[in-house]
Design a protein around this ligand. Structure first.
Ligand SMILES: [Zn+2]
Length: 79
């Protein structure tokens, strides 16, 4: 009897794990010195490929928070 349930969920947009800019598959956390003078990991990620910094993993995958600069403008017809 066949098991028809898929082994992997059909969710390709979230399985991709590489930089949206350069395609690098690795990154590292940015280390910064806090007010106590201790080196701490921050939440910021830096791509190993293009050295861009990203606020989180989703943004890294998407290639940054560069949303389309043209919002859908609904221009009402002038009467
Ligand atoms: Zn990159």
């Amino acid at each position: 009897m066949k098991n028809l349930s898929p082994a992997f969920p059909m969710n390709p947009s979230t399985t991709r794990n590489c930089c949206g800019y350069c395609g690098a598959t690795s990154y590292h956390r940015v280390v910064a010195r806090d007010e106590m003078g201790a080196m701490r990991y921050t939440d910021t990620l830096q791509c190993s490929g293009c050295s861009r910094e990203f606020a989180n993993l989703d943004i890294w995958r998407q290639g940054g928070a560069q949303m389309p600069t043209h919002p859908p403008v609904v221009s009402a017809p002038a009467h």
